[in-house]
Design a protein around this ligand. Structure first.
Ligand SMILES: [Zn+2]
Length: 94
């Protein structure tokens, strides 16, 4: 009996959209970086081009993104259909 096609049916590691198990996990640090890279760059550019007042945006953006990242991670992203899944109601783990 070498037939091992039956997969363990854990929705945990399957995409809820296309049901493939091509999920990558995005950790908080990565997600934070993803969220922050562009606004940070914008703030730095604007600081040099327009006014240094835009430097104050950096901690603001960092704080906001930190909160978002904390809430949304660990994020699971399907590499097949690019569907992202945020953790739904989970018992606190930290
Ligand atoms: Zn998918």
């Amino acid at each position: 009996m070498a037939k091992r096609k039956k997969q363990t049916h854990s929705t945990e590691d399957h995409c809820e959209k296309c049901h493939q198990d091509t999920l990558t996990h995005i950790q908080m640090g990565q997600y934070f970086f993803l969220l922050s890279a562009l606004p940070f760059l914008m703030a730095i550019v604007l600081t040099f081009v327009v006014h240094p007042v835009f430097l104050t945006f950096i901690p603001l953006v960092a704080w906001m993104n930190f909160r978002i990242a904390k809430k949304k991670t660990p994020l699971r992203r399907c590499t097949n259909c690019h569907h992202t899944m945020t953790p739904q109601k989970r018992t606190h783990h930290t």
